[in-house]
Design a protein around this ligand. Structure first.
Ligand SMILES: [Zn+2]
Ligand SMILES: [Zn+2]
Length: 129
């Protein structure tokens, strides 16, 4: 496997941006060539595949710290078309695991999971009948 192969997926991926993947031993950090990467961070992801960054522990810590701060900032949510907290890339369950990613706030994600839980409960009741 060449170094280039570590930076993109071969086809669609199910995991979300921000997910950490393993790196082969000896892979350098993309931002600190002298340090060894400990993880690959999934970056831009669309229905065709994902890009990855090979990062050392310091970079991972930095990004984690920034993610925590991002939760407190209001950003545009594509689902309710307004500002919301903890906006993250999210897939519409009905479009399947390779569907497009939307920027979705925490409240909309919670609503979706509640709706899915209800639908599942309905399905289970039908099976019981
Ligand atoms: Zn680094
Ligand atoms: Zn929303």
């Amino acid at each position: 496997m060449s170094a280039e192969d570590l930076h993109c997926s071969f086809g669609p991926v199910i995991s979300m941006p921000g997910a950490l993947h393993s790196v082969p031993p000896g892979t350098p950090c993309d931002r600190h060539p002298k340090r060894l990467a400990v993880n690959r961070l999934q970056g831009e992801t669309d229905s065709f595949g994902a890009e990855y960054l090979c990062l050392c522990q310091r970079c991972i810590d930095e990004i984690r710290a920034r993610n925590v701060e991002l939760r407190e900032i209001e950003q545009y949510c594509e689902w309710h078309r307004g500002m919301g907290l903890d906006v993250r890339p999210h897939r519409d369950f009905e479009e399947g695991s390779a569907g497009r990613l939307y920027s979705v706030c925490a409240a909309c994600r919670r609503q979706e999971s509640e709706r899915l839980t209800e639908e599942l409960a309905d399905d289970l009741r039908e099976w019981d009948a």
